[in-house]
Write a protein that binds this ligand. Structure first.
Ligand code: HEM
Length: 244
């Protein structure tokens, strides 16, 4: 039986990433496309403060509260796509972040974390992922690349910077911990390889690489929105009156 689709001339079959051996792998292609956006993300709103060791408890908790909605939506969509020819190739055990984020919110705020605002930027990011899950699930591969590979890379740096901002409380946080592997570098390499294998099965790799850029834009918007929603820092205490 011919594998050529009806109406396609032999030898002109649609080319998937797998059929183009000289192309960079999915992750390298995403990294090239998003290099400038990555730099912008590092310098954006609350992430800049976390990196500088200046994020306070409320600011970081607000970021987590919004990321909780994002990961809940992404992980529920990946659950539903477990038989999908691309998404079904992603490992999940030890990778999912929803339980760790919920636990960190309890550490930072106790049950009051539920009063933290889900900002339009966070709700919009989660809604975008839900829409893709229903209509264009392949593109979720880009969101898995941006979030989980980000958590396994820069997230490890941010965890150390949080110790500067939050003090001993930071040692109880688990968002950036991946206990499934003794060395995050091993998990990072395994997950990156799985993303590349899944990326080789994409029907439209260019669209999914472009979606990685959109995912970065959502993260930048969220980081800026979290910083903008914080109450202004306490003004410096007045200078003591000059003595007689
Ligand atoms: C202050 C914030 C951040 C710092 C310090 C940081 C730092 C890093 C570092 C050092 C790497 C490894 C680069 C390499 O191997 O060449 C990396 C990779 C990565 N980061 Fe970030 N990052 C930050 C924010 C973000 C954000 C907000 C995202 C997306 C939500 C993100 C997504 C990624 C991804 C997807 C990679 C993997 C690139 C690849 O291997 O293809 N990063 N980051």
């Amino acid at each position: 039986m011919s594998m050529t689709e009806p109406g396609t001339k032999p030898g002109t079959e649609p080319r998937t990433a797998r059929s183009i051996p000289d192309q960079p792998g999915f992750c390298d292609a995403c990294a090239q496309r998003t290099r400038d956006l990555h730099r912008a993300a590092e310098r954006s709103g609350i992430l800049r403060a976390v990196f500088a060791g200046r994020a306070d408890r409320l600011g970081y908790a607000s970021l987590l509260r919004n990321l909780l909605a994002v990961y809940q939506t992404l992980e529920a969509a990946l659950d539903r796509a477990s038989g999908h020819p691309v998404l079904g190739l992603l490992p999940r055990a030890g990778i999912d972040r929803t339980p760790a984020i919920a636990a960190d919110l309890e550490v930072l705020c106790g049950p009051d974390w539920r009063a933290l605002a889900l900002l339009p930027a966070g709700a919009g990011y989660a809604r975008h992922i839900a829409t893709l899950g229903r209509g264009d699930p392949e593109r979720l591969l880009a969101h898995a690349y941006v979030r989980y590979l980000g958590d396994l890379n820069g997230g490890q740096i941010l965890a150390r910077r949080l110790e500067v901002s939050l003090g001993p409380r930071a040692s109880a946080l688990s968002f950036h911990r991946f206990p499934a592997s003794a060395d995050p570098a091993d998990l990072r390499a395994c997950y990156r390889a799985a993303l590349d294998r899944a990326g080789a099965e994409l029907a439209d790799p260019a669209a999914v690489i472009e979606e990685a850029a959109a995912a970065f834009a959502w993260n930048i918007a969220l980081s800026d929105a979290v910083a903008a929603a914080l109450p202004p820092a306490d003004p410096a205490p007045p200078a003591p009156a000059a003595g007689p």
